[in-house]
Design a binder for this molecule. Sequence first.
Ligand code: ZN
Length: 236
Amino acid sequence: MEVIQYTIGMSNGFFIRDGKTVIAVDSGGEPGEKVFLDECARSLIDPQEIKLLVVTHGHVDHFINMNCMKSLTGAPLLCHKNAVPFLRDGLSPIGKARSELGREIMRRQEIDGPPISVVPRVAPDIEFEGTYDLKQWGVNGEIIQTPGHSKCSTAIILDSGEAIVGDTIVQPTGAAGVSLAFLSDEENNDTSLFESVETILACAHTIYSGHGGPFSREDVQRALYEEKSLRSIGQQ
Ligand SMILES: [Zn+2]
């Protein structure tokens, strides 16, 4: 099993290769046939080999190129049930800052303008809730729901101990190290975020993220510990 990470614009995309099977996770942060075909060529992957497309959550910087990827690969697109309206209707949710880092990044975006102004629509073919087994696609692993960053956030957990977690754990550009999601679609949602991170840590030693990474289990444990300490200081 091999996880191949690439970066397009502000976000990462991935190929998971398990024997003869390839699945693609997220799209990177820019649209266009060329950007995707270039990444396939760099990884020696024929787009027709890709059997399944997965979106970790319904934020535009993760699915902006999925329409194009669907037509180039002919593969079905899978996402969590709660992500369907974002992909299908091209919605761009406004996240709320969950931490000082989040507030700083939102201030930066107000100065620079929104990172992506056009939200493309793409129709998911398979939606799930709970857990989705990837063995039926020839990949030893599963997808679990990991709410906290968004109600539609998921993580791909591979039997090899690697995980692809979208924005549940990130290292934003310019930030000193790994942090838990700094934006959330819900106010005061730390409890579900912490639980999701703990679930990921129980299954994975290497954590691939939508922004930056990959991170070791120890790095993420440290970030979780710091955030929990900050929260308990804040509550005193
Ligand atoms: Zn996100």
